[in-house]
Design a protein around this ligand. Structure first.
Ligand SMILES: Cc1cc2nc3c(=O)[nH]c(=O)nc-3n(C[C@H](O)[C@H](O)[C@H](O)COP(=O)(O)OP(=O)(O)OC[C@H]3O[C@@H](n4cnc5c(N)ncnc54)[C@H](O)[C@@H]3O)c2cc1C
Length: 461
C-alpha cells in the first residue's frame, strides 16, 4: 500500500472518496498557485463541503502531525497555498453556498468558496455594494480574500477586505470551531480577534463561514484617464486631488513598459510614448461626481497632463478601466516567467520609488513593468524574466533585495496586499523587526502547537 493511498483511506473515513485526489496527474494543478517559480506536490487533495468535514480533517491532521494547506482558487501571489512537503490540501472551492442576505443589517453570510465576483454581483443585484475588488475577483474565493486581507482598485476610498468582514466561523488547528464577530456595528468586548485571523494566510485557522458588510450602491461613477510625459506629474496629480480634498475610489497608474504591453494585448488606445497614465474614478451622487470629475481633470492638466480623457458612456468607462485591469495579464504574456512585486510606500514616496525601480532595471539589465494603486502608495514592479535563465534569475534576486531595502528605508512595507507566504518570508524580519516577529511566532504556537496549518509560511515558528 502506498503512503498516498494510506492517507486517502484515513481521510476516506469521513470524506467521500470521490472528493479525495491522490493520483500524481490529479495533484499537479494543486502543486502551485499564481506565484512564479514555487511548486511542490502535495500527497493528497481533499474537497471539503461542510464545517464538520473540515473539523474532522483538521483533528486528523493534528493527531497525525500532517501539514494541512487551506486552498481557495490558488490565485495567490505569495505562494500561500503552495503545498509544504508531505502536506494535504484542503480545497474549498466546492464549499460555496450563499447563506443569508440580511437587508436590515446590510450583511451577507457566505461559505468560503464563493467567488468574489459572485459576492459583488449579489450585492449589486440587491442595490448594494461589496467594495473589495482584487484584480482576480472573477475566480478568487472570499476565503482566500479574507485569509490574505486582499485589496483592490477601490481601496483608496473604501479600504480592503478586513473593512468588510463583520465576523466568521473558523476551524482552529486543534479542530475546535469558533465564531468570531457578529452583526453589531460596534463591539469592543475583549481583544479584537478578527484582526488576528484576517490576513493570517491559512496559518491560524480555516474560515468556514464569513459574514460581510455591504454598503448602499453609489448612484453614479465618473471615469477619467490622464496621460503624462513624466511619472512625477502623475504622482503630483494624486497629491493635488487628495489635498483638494477629494477621495476618489480609484487612482491607478501604469508606466511606459506596462502601457505598451497593454496596448499590444487590449488595444485600448493608450499613447505608447507616454511615461505614465493615471486612471481616476469617483463615485457617489451624480451632482457630486460631475463636480469632482471636473476638478480632477483640471488638477491633472495643472500638473502637466498631456491629455485627459473623460468617459462619456459606461462602455467608454469600461474601456479605460480595462487599461488597468488587464495590466498583469498583458505583462504576463511577454515573458516565460512573470514575478510580481507588491511593495507599498507612503504616498509621498511613490514617484521616487518608481524612479528607483526604473534605475534598478537599467543597472541589473532587467525588464520590469510597473503599475499599481498610486492612491495607496502600492506599486507592483513586475519582472518579465525566464526562470530557466539562471544568470538573469540571480540578478532578479539581487534587484528584489534592493527593492525591499529601499522600501523599508522609505518607511514602507514589503507587501501591501499579496501577503508574505513563501515569496516574502525571508524579508519579513527586515520589514517588521525581531520583536514583532517574535510576537507573531508566539501567537502561532498558541493556536497551532503542533504547527500543522500552512507550516513554514510567513516565518518558521
Ligand atoms: C491576475 C491576478 C490579479 C490579482 N489582483 C489582486 C489584487 O488586485 N489585490 C490583491 O490583494 N490580490 C490580488 N491577487 C492575488 C490573489 O488573487 C488574492 O490574494 C486572493 O485573495 C487569493 O484568493 P484565492 O481564493 O485564490 O486564494 P488562494 O491563493 O488559494 O490562497 C491564498 C491564501 O489564503 C489561504 N486560504 C485560502 N482559503 C482559505 C480559507 N478558507 N481559510 C483559511 N485560509 C485560506 C491559503 O492557505 C493561502 O495562504 C491577484 C492575483 C492574480 C492572479
Amino acid at each position: 500500500m502506498t503512503v498516498a493511498s494510506t492517507v486517502a483511506d484515513q481521510l476516506g473515513a469521513f470524506i467521500p472518496r470521490d472528493r479525495i485526489l491522490t493520483a500524481p496527474e490529479d495533484l499537479i494543478p494543486y502543486s502551485f498557485d499564481g506565484t512564479a517559480v514555487l511548486a511542490q506536490r502535495p500527497q493528497a487533495v481533499v474537497f471539503a463541503q461542510t464545517t464538520e468535514e473540515i473539523a474532522q480533517i483538521v483533528r486528523w491532521a493534528n493527531s497525525t502531525h500532517t501539514p494541512l494547506i487551506a486552498r481557495g482558487s490558488g490565485t495567490g501571489l505569495a505562494g500561500g497555498s503552495v503545498p509544504s512537503p508531505g502536506s494535504v490540501i484542503v480545497c474549498l472551492t466546492k464549499f460555496d453556498r450563499v447563506l443569508e442576505l440580511d437587508r436590515a443589517n446590510l450583511t451577507l453570510l457566505v461559505e468560503p468558496g464563493v467567488a468574489t465576483q459572485t459576492i459583488f454581483d449579489l450585492a449589486d443585484q440587491a442595490g448594494l455594494l461589496y467594495p473589495p475588488d482584487p484584480g482576480s475577483m472573477k475566480i478568487s474565493t472570499i476565503g482566500g480574500n479574507v485569509a490574505s486581507n486582499s485589496g483592490g482598485l477601490r481601496g483608496l476610498k473604501y479600504g480592503v477586505t478586513k473593512d468588510y468582514v463583520m465576523g466568521f466561523e473558523i476551524v482552529l488547528p486543534t479542530g475546535e470551531v469558533a465564531w468570531i464577530g457578529n452583526k453589531c456595528v460596534k463591539d469592543v468586548a475583549g481583544y479584537s480577534l478578527r484582526e488576528v485571523f484576517i490576513g493570517s494566510e491559512g496559518t491560524l485557522g480555516i474560515f468556514t463561514k464569513i459574514m460581510l458588510r455591504l454598503l448602499p450602491k453609489p448612484k453614479a461613477k465618473r471615469t477619467l484617464l490622464a496621460v503624462y510625459a513624466r511619472m512625477e506629474q502623475a504622482a503630483e496629480t494624486v497629491s493635488a486631488i487628495i489635498a483638494h480634498p477629494i477621495i476618489p475610489c480609484t487612482l491607478e497608474f501604469l508606466d511606459r513598459t506596462t502601457i505598451n504591453c497593454v496596448e499590444d494585448y487590449a488595444q485600448v488606445g493608450l499613447p505608447r510614448e507616454a511615461e505614465a497614465v493615471l486612471l481616476m474614478e469617483t463615485d457617489g451622487h451624480p451632482a457630486v461626481i460631475a463636480e469632482e470629475g471636473e476638478i480632477m481633470a483640471r488638477l491633472a492638466r495643472e500638473q502637466g497632463a498631456l491629455e485627459v480623457r473623460v468617459a462619456e458612456t459606461t462602455a467608454e468607462a469600461l474601456k479605460l478601466a480595462t487599461a488597468r485591469r488587464s495590466a498583469f495579464s498583458a505583462l504576463a504574456r511577454v515573458a516565460p516567467t512573470t514575478i510580481l512585486e507588491d511593495v507599498t510606500v507612503p504616498r509621498s514616496e511613490l514617484a521616487g520609488m518608481v524612479r528607483f525601480v526604473q534605475d534598478l532595471a537599467r543597472r541589473h539589465d532587467l525588464r520590469i513593468g510597473i503599475f499599481g494603486h498610486m492612491g495607496d502608495g502600492n506599486l507592483h514592479p513586475t519582472f518579465l524574466t525566464n526562470e530557466k535563465n539562471t544568470d538573469e534569475m540571480h540578478r532578479v534576486e539581487l534587484a528584489f533585495q534592493e527593492i525591499v531595502t529601499e522600501t523599508v528605508r522609505r518607511g514602507g512595507t514589503i507587501t501591501g496586499e499579496h501577503g508574505v507566504g513563501l515569496a516574502k518570508k525571508k524579508y519579513l524580519p527586515e520589514s517588521v523587526g525581531n520583536l514583532n516577529l517574535d510576537i507573531m511566532r508566539q501567537l502561532k504556537r498558541i493556536f497551532d502547537p503542533n504547527l500543522i496549518l500552512n507550516p513554514g509560511k510567513m516565518f518558521d515558528a
